[in-house]
Write a protein that binds this ligand. Structure first.
Ligand code: SAM
Ligand code: DTB
Ligand code: SF4
Length: 332
């Protein structure tokens, strides 16, 4: 049977997830090395281009306006500010920049025009550009693609069954519809979720079931571990054990052998040994820089020391080829 499948059942996925731990890690590590360079890790940098004041009610998120958190709202950054951040990220070895906005959805207004200019500017700096801006229409996705956007991040976050316990202001189908619009525009898909929301193992596997059975596997799957922020409804959630993170990473790797599996939020709370297990089990991307969007991340120097200790090297950009924009196609 091929390693790349789109017909996984939930039972099969649960069976993988519940495999005895060391056997699970071994299986995931073997698949990882068969399909990818085991020592290569993609380094991405996050920029919060518009912070806080979001109208959604995502129970985990410090940027939702309705919760009383310490996040200070900030209007959309200027293109110059963004390129300065991107320049710094590049000199630190990042091959991808991800621009995040605390929006429910993109609106066709001047702010979106400015984001288009940001995408063009970072693309010209020879880095892969990713955006996460909330829901998108087909036309908006196409505009981003034409500006040279490489990837779009839009997480399913949890299973369809658990979704309404965490988020009430949009549906699972809304999320899937945006992913469809992103695909149609030929932008690569980045979609994953969070563990530690109070979900069951079945919910984790349910989310992976939806992702793996999409017509095409997402090119990246971020696995976040909840950063419980004071003032959010999930502020008192117990932290997940590192073994759960390892199991989630390993299962994602086995299900989607060629996908970039990103160790996302929650690294600040993980030991070096825990992160080493995750890399062994197939994680091959991280966010670097002292901040994620609003919460702390390990210091850049600590991460570079970790790469040295583990013998990891940062991945260079565009190994899978550059996206061809409509304009380039027309001029050929
Ligand atoms: N507003 C856009 C959206 O919701 O798609 C983009 C930004 S939003 C902050 C991106 C993702 O960050 C969420 O889907 C969620 O998976 C993750 N996230 C947000 N807050 C988090 C937290 N406290 N802990 C872990 N992950 C978090
Ligand atoms: C993703 O899956 N994780 C990143 C990125 N995509 C945009 C965001 C994590 C945010 C963690 C909470 C914060 O820093 O605000
Ligand atoms: Fe808004 Fe995104 Fe946070 Fe939800 S996750 S509240 S949509 S910024």
């Amino acid at each position: 049977m091929s390693d790349i499948r789109h017909n996984w059942t939930r039972e099969e996925i649960l069976e993988v997830y519940n495999t005895p731990l060391l056997e699970l890690i071994f299986r995931a590590a073997s698949i990882h090395r068969k399909h990818n360079k085991g020592s290569e890790v993609q380094v991405s940098s996050l920029i919060s281009i518009k912070t806080g004041g979001c109208s959604e009610d995502c129970g985990y998120c410090p940027q939702a306006a309705r919760y009383n958190t310490e996040v200070k709202a900030h209007k959309l950054m200027s293109v110059v500010e963004v390129t300065q951040y991107a320049e710094r990220a590049k000199s630190g070895g990042a091959s991808r920049v991800c621009m995040g906005a605390a929006w429910r959805e993109v609106r066709d207004n001047r702010d979106f025009d400015r984001v288009i200019d940001m995408v063009k500017a970072v693309n010209e700096m020879d880095m892969e550009v990713c955006c996460t801006l909330g829901m998108l229409t087909e036309h908006q996705a196409q505009r981003l693609a034409d500006a040279g956007l490489y990837a779009y991040n839009h997480n399913l976050d949890t299973s369809e069954e658990n979704y309404s316990n965490i988020i009430g202001t949009r549906t699972y189908d809304d999320r899937l519809n945006t992913l469809k619009n992103v695909r149609k525009a030929n932008i690569t898909v980045c979609s994953g979720g969070i563990i530690g929301l109070g979900e069951t193992v079945e919910d984790r596997c349910g989310m992976l079931h939806t992702l793996v059975n999409l017509p095409q596997h997402p090119e990246s799957v971020p696995i976040n571990s909840l950063v419980a922020v004071k003032g959010t409804p999930l502020e008192n959630q117990e932290p997940v054990e590192i073994w759960e993170m390892v199991r989630m990473v390993a299962t994602t790797r086995i299900l989607m052998p060629k996908t970039v599996v990103r160790l996302s939020a929650g690294r600040q709370q993980m030991s070096l040994e825990g992160q080493a297990m995750c890399f062994l089990a197939g994680a091959n991307s991280i966010f670097t820089g002292e901040k994620l969007l609003t919460t702390p991340n390990p210091e850049f120097d600590e991460d570079m020391q970790m790469f040295k200790t583990f013998g990891l090297t940062p991945k260079t950009p565009f190994q899978e080829g550059r996206p061809v924009t409509k304009q380039e196609m027309l001029s050929e």
